[in-house]
Design a protein around this ligand. Structure first.
Ligand SMILES: [Zn+2]
Length: 391
């Protein structure tokens, strides 16, 4: 069964409208995945996530493997049960966090060793362990273990990371092939979850902003063959223009009949530009992180709710928005909540921001279907020009 179907292609850009099928349901693409770092999208119940329009969420292997640990996740019935979310879940491989949060004590072609950012314990992670953990937690979309290099970086370092990512991708694929081909074998009972063993495995293309490296890594990852392909190592300090240039170059080198996922991106303008380049899936912590910092997304800009101009404002955060926050609360009330550290402030703005992102994705899908996506997207991009790209 093909897991991905392109329904409509935009005739003036590389944008496409598709449907991705997983064991826990279908996802309309282009899609945005809210991030549930430690098994929860911070402060947001699954009811509100559903109401936002989210069809898939992302959980972080790195955080869950350290706390509560994969054995506990399994004992609690798997990740879907733990999160009380019976729709698709994508798990990252932990690669990104290991290189950004953990204190690396050893890295070689075999894998990495790092000191946990929680208690300093030494932890080993490699292609086999990362894939196994994702499999055991019950992830619908498993990501290959990769080496993600913070930018700027020397080309030689980027090349080594891209080479390792390719070698590790082969090993990740071997684990998933073995697990899925022995379903039914009693010896694998530990790995059988209540739902199904149908899993998708996505390969990751690295290479920083070095286009030659991206091309070579893309060719090698595509040669191995995956259900979907991700662009990793972006939104790590390179800026909007460099990111867009790299995506425009790399996306067309990935198979047209597989989903393309731009990891960790981004601001609304980043998403619009990447959809124009043919990207189908996104994840980012910005809707919830910015919500917790009193920052609300608005069409073409943003609103800082701590600002004193909102003190007696009876306007909703975004007039016309159908989210719970905008239907029930005034800007003045939300400013007050933030002013006295009431937890409802961050919750309400996270609800609004998550809905804002899902509405943006729904608009993107509608315009691709109508055939006027590029004209619309370029107008939208102009609205965001000059606003903060990365607050
Ligand atoms: Zn709203």
């Amino acid at each position: 069964m093909a897991c991905f179907e392109v329904i409509t292609r935009d005739s003036h850009s590389a944008a496409r409208r598709g449907v991705l099928t997983t064991a826990h349901g279908v996802i309309q693409t282009p899609a945005f995945m809210p991030v549930g770092t430690a098994g929860a999208v911070k402060g947001i119940t699954p009811e509100y996530l559903e109401a936002s329009g989210a069809e898939i969420i992302l959980a972080n292997t790195y955080h869950l493997m350290l706390r509560p640990g994969v054995d506990v996740v399994q004992a609690l019935g798997g990740l879907h049960r733990l999160m009380a979310w019976d729709r698709p879940i994508l798990t990252d491989s932990g690669g990104y966090q290991v290189f950004s949060l953990g204190e690396l004590t050893k890295i070689d072609d075999e894998g990495v060793e790092f000191a946990s950012h929680i208690d300093g314990a030494r932890v080993r992670l490699n292609a086999e362990i990362a894939t196994e953990i994702q499999f055991r937690m019950g992830s619908d979309i498993i990501m290959c273990f990769d080496e993600c290099t913070p930018l700027p970086a020397e080309p030689a370092r980027l090349q080594r990371a891209a080479d390792r990512t390719t070698e590790w991708a082969k090993r990740c694929k071997a684990v998933v092939s073995r697990r899925t081909s022995v379903v039914g074998d009693r010896q694998t009972a530990d790995y059988r979850l209540p739902t199904t063993d149908y899993r998708l495995l996505f390969g990751i293309v690295q290479g920083g902003t070095e286009l030659d490296l991206r091309r070579r890594c893309a060719e090698q990852i595509v040669d191995i063959g995956f259900d979907g392909y991700a662009l990793g190592g972006l939104s790590v300090g390179e800026g909007h223009e460099e990111m867009v240039k790299t995506v425009r170059y790399t996306a067309p080198r990935l198979p047209a009949d597989r989903p393309r996922y731009l990891m960790g991106v981004g601001m609304p303008a980043d998403i619009l530009a990447a959809v124009l380049a043919g990207v189908d899936m996104f994840d980012c912590v910005l809707p919830t992180r910015n919500g917790r910092n009193a920052f609300a997304f608005l069409p073409g800009g943003a609103l800082r709710l701590r600002n004193s101009t909102h003190i007696d404002s009876t306007e909703p955060v975004q007039p016309g928005c159908d989210c719970y926050c905008c239907r029930h609360f005034t800007r003045g009330a939300i400013r007050h909540f933030f002013n006295c550290d009431e937890m409802l402030g961050p919750i309400l703005l996270s609800i609004h921001n998550l809905r804002f992102y899902q509405r943006l994705m729904a608009e993107i899908r509608t315009h691709i279907e109508r055939g006027d996506f590029s004209t619309w997207a370029i107008q939208e991009l102009e609205k965001y020009a000059g606003t903060d790209k990365r607050p």
